[in-house]
Design a binder for this molecule. Structure first.
Ligand code: SD4
Length: 347
């Protein structure tokens, strides 16, 4: 028998509840929707979907899809981030944390609803990732409409960039000097330039990464982005890569990342964060570990991550660099009434 007689279990339970509610995390409550950046309309679209009986996959698809239609900050959906040829291409993924199925598209052309196509890859093929023209053809066959993703805005961004000698760009060790001139480029020997130039910064961010969790702790996660402005055609970022852009496991929780995908995808931060939570870390600590791992190698990378566990606790972390000291993310759960934008101080 436990010390304290029959009332001991109840006291112990109260103690545990007290400890849980005092944790320095977001208030825990399920269901939960959490996403990167202050994209409240996306959060609310996902929340509404859950409330009307949708699954966590429906919620992630609706939430990210809302951002694609609304062209969130110009960095999600059509008409943003033109590549070196002026074309907007999209990356997206969705993951079912119950079955560990993933569907993703990268370098998707002429189709606006990238997260919808990602879900079709998951549900209508046994593959995980489709890319480029072939992904677009798949999408058309699945009933998605093909249309031009260029807008006056993206065309102007492209024309201004051409006028400014194609600055900034992502080339190195090529001729002519990419820090001064446009291409076409040829390889230049020797390969001496180790510098990473023109990487993502606070002005070229805003991928949506979203985690949705239902009352039963079922988890889905997803992302959608138009990637990096002036990217080399064919470039694929972290967003459509499972474990990099997002990860979900219904026995643990989920995570989603945003920022300089070229660097971040080398560390699978979303996978690392979920594994940290599996090992007992709270979501904030798990997020911090994922950021610290990247920081060790790229001290000034631009990036942030959100994490949530299946009790509905959540957290976030970001790397502090010039011009980026706070990261905002948005949460909906039964306590927030409507979606709430929160922030975390970067470290
Ligand atoms: C990418 N991670 O394509 C995306 C961009 C991004 O916040 O998240 N910006 O690299």
């Amino acid at each position: 028998m436990m010390p304290g007689g029959d009332s001991a279990p109840a006291i112990f339970l109260l103690f545990v509840l007290n400890v849980l509610t005092c944790l320095p995390l977001g208030h825990a409550s399920l269901p939960l929707v959490i996403n990167t950046w202050p994209f409240k309309d996306a959060t609310e679209a996902a929340w509404k979907s859950l409330q009307s009986g949708g699954t966590v996959l429906d919620a992630v698809e609706k939430g990210c899809g809302q951002c694609e239609e609304a062209q969130c900050d110009g960095s999600v959906g059509y008409g943003g981030s033109p590549d070196e040829r002026g074309e907007t291409t999209l990356d997206a993924m969705i993951m079912n944390g119950d079955t560990m199925e993933v569907g993703a598209v990268a370098d998707l052309r002429r189709i606006k609803n990238a997260i919808g196509v990602a879900r079709a890859v998951m549900e209508r093929t046994t593959h995980t990732l489709l890319v480029g023209e072939s992904a677009s053809l798949f999408a058309e066959n699945m009933g998605f409409t093909a249309e031009d993703l260029t807008t006056n805005k993206s065309l102007n961004i492209f024309l201004e960039w051409l006028k400014g000698n194609c600055q900034p760009n992502y080339r190195k060790n090529v001729f002519p000097d990419p820090s001064k001139y446009c291409g076409p480029y040829k390889p230049r020997a020797p390969v001496t330039d180790k510098q990473t130039r023109g990487h993502a910064n606070v002005h070229s961010h805003d991928t949506i990464g979203m985690i949705a969790m239902d009352q039963g702790g079922r988890v889905a996660a997803g992302t959608s982005t138009n990637g990096m402005t002036h990217k080399v055609p064919g470039r694929v970022g972290d967003s459509p890569i499972a474990g990099a852009g997002a990860y979900a496991d219904s026995s643990v929780g989920g995570a989603a990342a945003t920022g300089d995908g070229d660097v971040m995808m080398r560390f699978l931060p979303s996978y690392l964060a979920v594994e940290q939570m599996r090992a007992g870390a709270d979501p904030s600590a798990a997020c911090e570990t994922a950021i610290s791992r990247i920081k060790r190698h790229y001290a000034d990378f631009f990036g942030a991550i959100i994490c949530a566990n299946t009790t509905g606790h959540y957290g976030a972390a970001c790397n502090k660099i010039a011009g980026f000291s706070q990261f905002r993310f948005t949460v909906s759960n039964s306590e927030t009434v409507t979606s709430r934008v929160l922030h975390v101080d970067c470290f």
